[in-house]
Design a protein around this ligand. Sequence first.
Ligand code: ADP
Length: 437
Amino acid sequence: MGRLWRREFGRLATLVAAGALVGWPFSAIPIGIAAGLLFCLAFHLRQLHALHQWLTLRPQEEPPAASGLWGELFDRLYRYQKRQRLTQQRLRATLQRIQESSEAMRDSVVMLDRHGDLEWWNSAAERMLGLKPQLDRGQHITNLLRDPRFVDYFHGRDYREPLTLPSPIDESLILQFQITLYGDDERLVMARDITRLHRLEQMRRDFVANVSHELRTPLTVLAGYLETYTDMAGQLPPRMGRGLSQMKAQTDRMQNLVNDLLLLSRLEIDQGGRDDAPLAMGELLESVQNDAVALSEGRQSIRVEVEESRALFGSEQEIRSTLSNLAFNAVRYAGEGRHIVLRWRPHGEGACLEVEDDGEGIDPVHLPRLTERFYRVDKGRSTATGGTGLGLAIVKHVLLRHDARLEIDSRPGRGATFRCLFPAERLRHTTDNVQPA
Ligand code: ADP
């Protein structure tokens, strides 16, 4: 480039010198220089015009012929344009391949821009979500998927868990939505048809609910007779008396199991929220404390601490069952001579319902699976203490229905703390209409 610039300056100097030389005999050197400069300017303007014409009218074609600096400039621009075109072609081909593979997918794929407006979608999205080709482009997704649960999910920006909803065009089609954030706050909405899975899940739930329900009546009859016979145990031979009390204990266990299974089915099937009311937590804690004291039979000390004045807005029956499950577990597993605290306290903006014990604790490897149905750390021990293996599963479901989450903090030998964390929206300042526990 240095060489070309030197030549350009040389040309300018030659023109100026020639102008001065021509003007000298007429004593008009400045005019001669000005004429030389003008000539140079005219040349560059002509090249600029040619460049403009080329770029605006026929950028695909070869550049106009030019020499020197302008020639070099045209060549470089041409090469650069060619490279750009090639990259564009490659990008277009890749995009097309991606779109073709998305098109072949059975799941709906919808691409949204950073405002949530529709940019592109595959034909499965037209089938499942009722999006119209071309017509819906640029529409906001919540104008087309209007279900309030989807709108909340979309604006909530917490996409860790998928959302299950019926299709907006066919109620019998059950879809699982998953949103992914990418690029500059753009979103990819995927919807999968899970109708079959949903039906199977429904069948499983119905089956468990029906079996539990059918078992209830025979169990009540059995328990009733056994109750009467154990009352008469004194009149029976001792071997029969022992057998009867064992039968009674096992029937009680089965009844507890059936009741817990029915409660879990109800929690799963029913949306909840109908009997929600502000709950007087102090009274509720004391009432559960009394039950826990009765179960403990003096083996542990059980205390209540209320540090939060706001009431919890929820279902009295469900929150009571949660607290009872946690408190009874503490009584069952903490061991003799331990201390148990039932606590209602502020936590950030929200509040925490907590059951703490200083008992044997739980090995951290078990913590992630503790809320699974029938998961036990020590099966023999749990059965002996009358556990059904469903207590923490019930707790988890109740908390889900109350927008709360369970946090378990425990180390072997250091006790266990079960925290139910409720958001501020679930709390009420008012003491009016507070449901007595
Ligand atoms: P279970 O009916 O067996 O008590 P849960 O779902 O209530 O079923 O509890 C699951 C397991 O968690 C229990 O079997 C027990 O091993 C453990 N666990 C629960 N609470 C405590 C606690 N406070 N201390 C130690 N272990 C506990």
